[in-house]
Design a protein around this ligand. Structure first.
Ligand SMILES: [Zn+2]
Length: 329
């Protein structure tokens, strides 16, 4: 991968007030918690954390993640405990604002009420970190068990929004645009994973059919100028995770990552880790990758940080305060 950054740039990245707006809570499971459960079984650092590791395919990655997540996330208390460690990691990186999603499938797998997962994650938010919690769901999740959950989740106290997760090439089903419309009518934010494993057409679908402006990844929009134009017109934001894209082999080399072109063309991009359990990355690593691998200047990194604050679900005074703090660096 890319060359290391200088200590001065590392220090700059560390001091920069930052956001993380694309983070799966199950995919952020702190390894130390598994080690606590079974020190022998988890004595080695995971192979997928090594710099040049590549996942063979999305299904392998997903199976590995779910297999480990199910060993830890067995009850709401476990979400609380994991979230506490995860959020402490954010504070240690000077991150002020986090959007994280839990997967609706876990409600079905484990029989845990979604409301309790939501409340456990929210109550783990420490002072100094604003946390917004989303529920993510697969394109084909409208099952007998989840149907009533999806029908009532929009009224749950403290749910910030919904996100479309999982295998991207599945077709969009009828219930999805209706739920996305209803969510916005309830004042919730809506997101969708698109333009990662499938092409620019899925970014178009997310904007035109789902009506969302918060695209998770979105990077393959680069394959179609008309979709870039559409995203600009819609004032869309791409919550990008470059190290995830390289390790899942969506992009061969970091140096070829489209975030450089997307940013230059004026698409609002933010920076996140996606699933640090499976990639061994931190938000500071993502900034370092942009600096060393894609020649982002410190001023450009400041803009990336400000982009996160620009879309944060906070009042204008808080947004202005954070933006001024970035400008002051
Ligand atoms: Zn994701």
């Amino acid at each position: 991968m890319h060359a290391p950054i200088t200590p001065a740039i590392a220090d700059f990245i560390h001091r920069l007030p930052k956001t993380e707006t694309h983070l799966h809570i199950e995919g952020a499971l702190p390894y130390e918690l598994l080690q606590k459960l079974d020190p022998e079984k988890f004595s080695q650092q995971p192979e997928c954390w090594s710099k040049d590791f590549k996942w063979k395919c999305f299904e392998d990655f997903e199976a590995h993640l779910i297999d480990h997540a199910l060993q830890w996330f067995t009850k709401p208390d476990r979400y609380y405990e994991a979230a506490q460690v995860i959020f402490a990691g954010h504070l240690a990186q000077n991150i002020r604002y986090v959007e994280t999603s839990f997967h609706a499938g876990m409600i079905e797998f484990l029989g845990i009420p979604g409301r309790e997962i939501l409340s456990a994650i929210r109550s783990a938010a420490p002072k100094g970190l604003e946390v917004r919690v989303f529920m993510g769901m697969a394109r084909n999740c409208y099952s007998e068990v989840l149907q009533p959950v999806l029908d009532e989740c929009l009224t749950w106290d403290g749910l910030a929004g919904i996100d479309l997760h999982g295998v991207e090439y599945l077709p969009l089903e009828d219930w999805t645009p209706k739920l996305w419309d209803k969510a916005r009518a309830h004042g919730l934010e809506t997101k969708a994973h698109a333009g990662e494993f499938d092409g620019a057409n899925k970014v178009r679908e997310a904007i035109e059919v789902l009506g969302t402006k918060r695209i998770q990844h979105g990077i393959r929009a680069i394959e179609d100028d008309a979709v870039i134009e559409l995203a600009m017109e819609a004032d869309a934001t791409f919550d990008v995770c470059p190290i995830s894209n390289v390790k899942l082999d969506v992009i061969d080399r970091l140096e070829d990552h489209p975030i450089r072109k997307l940013f230059d063309q004026g698409i609002r991009c933010t920076l996140s880790t996606d699933d640090p359990f499976s990639f061994g990355n931190t938000v500071e690593d993502e900034y370092a990758a942009l600096s060393a691998g894609l020649n982002f200047t410190n001023e450009e990194l400041k803009q990336i940080a400000k982009n996160g604050f620009e879309v944060a679900l906070v009042d204008e005074a808080t947004r202005a305060k954070w933006t001024a703090e970035v400008d002051a660096i």
